[in-house]
Design a protein around this ligand. Structure first.
Ligand SMILES: Cc1cc2nc3c(=O)[nH]c(=O)nc-3n(C[C@H](O)[C@H](O)[C@H](O)COP(=O)(O)OP(=O)(O)OC[C@H]3O[C@@H](n4cnc5c(N)ncnc54)[C@H](O)[C@@H]3O)c2cc1C
Ligand code: FES
Length: 263
């Protein structure tokens, strides 16, 4: 784990309330794996005190760590106002990453909203024709152009709640359709990140069909280092250690490892 003052190389608006930022962090970029995250200190002083967690959306050949983020509150408003050349303190890479698909498995990536960020990184490590990428948004105005966020060459099936782009409805409906279309020779493996209700539905679908699935969870995080207990979630089975820390044991978990009713 590395703490590095990282220069903002670009920080541009790519969709409604959504920004794409490149931070020069050579050592973090060298170690980063899809599914890991960074904790970013959003201001120079002690206010706001806590760093904010963001998935690593990719790394570029020129040592940039790429972040795709939505402006939702104070910290992300400060970040979106930061200009090229400014330095942000970045801590990472943190947490576990996705385990790569086994030979012969067909990866299906399922994203909800900003949950697309870690899945973009994962997708860029796979052959473009080998994966199925499904992404759901509230509305078309939340969707960034693929080439603006490092995704050119990868086809994404879109759903929107309001029907303004792609399939009208939920991304989990797209997932059910895809799985229904597969014959017995295809071994799907699902990678998902998004809001909790979406992940619960993905878990129900994959557990029911006994399909391997890894989910990347979000939780409130104060430290990101396993020290504050703020991100504890229940394991699926009664063990001596009944809880995981999302920041250290996750944020990526096998779907079987979690107590979905307690989440
Ligand atoms: C492992 C991890 C990876 C993440 N990756 C990304 C990413 O790639 N892109 C991205 O845009 N966001 C990501 N998030 C969420 C991001 O950390 C929060 O949106 C951010 O911390 C909000 O900071 P703020 O100061 O702007 O908002 P605050 O003022 O702290 O909160 C504003 C509103 O956002 C809600 N909120 C705050 N944190 C979260 C959270 N973790 N999940 C859901 N709602 C939250 C609050 O409840 C409140 O309603 C990630 C979170 C985690 C834990
Ligand atoms: S955020 Fe502090 S223990 Fe996970």
């Amino acid at each position: 784990m590395i703490e590095q003052d990282s220069e903002i190389i670009f920080n541009k608006r790519v969709a409604s309330d959504t920004f794409f930022m490149g931070l020069r962090s050579p050592r973090i970029a060298a170690d980063a794996r899809p599914g890991q995250f960074v904790m970013i200190k959003v201001g120079q002083g002690i206010d706001p005190l806590l760093r904010r967690p963001f998935s690593i959306c990719g790394v570029s050949e020129d040592d940039l760590v790429l972040i795709l983020y939505r402006v939702v509150g104070r910290g992300t408003t400060i970040i979106c106002d930061a200009r090229e050349g400014e330095l942000l303190s970045v801590l990472g890479p943190l947490g576990s990453g996705f385990e790569r698909p086994q030979k012969g498995e067909k990866p299906i990536l399922v994203a909800g909203g900003m949950g697309i960020a870690p899945l973009i990184f994962l997708a860029t490590t796979m052959k473009p024709g080998s994966l199925t990428f499904l992404a759901g948004f509230s509305s078309g105005e939340e969707i960034a152009a693929a080439d603006e966020i490092g995704l050119s060459g990868i086809y994404i099936s879109i759903s929107t709640d309001d029907g303004s782009a792609g399939h009208r409805g939920l991304v989990t409906e797209l997932l059910k359709d895809r799985l229904a279309g597969f014959n017995g020779n295809i071994n799907p493996v699902v990678f998902a990140c998004g809001p909790l209700p979406m992940l619960k539905e993905v878990a129900a679908i994959t557990l029911d069909k006994d399909i391997p699935c890894q989910v990347s969870l979000e939780a409130s995080m104060a430290c990101g280092l396993g020290a504050c207990q703020g991100c504890a979630i229940r394991r699926s089975s009664e063990q001596a250690m009944a809880y995981y820390h999302v920041c250290q044991d996750g944020p990526v978990f096998d779907v079987n490892a979690l107590d979905w009713e307690a989440l």
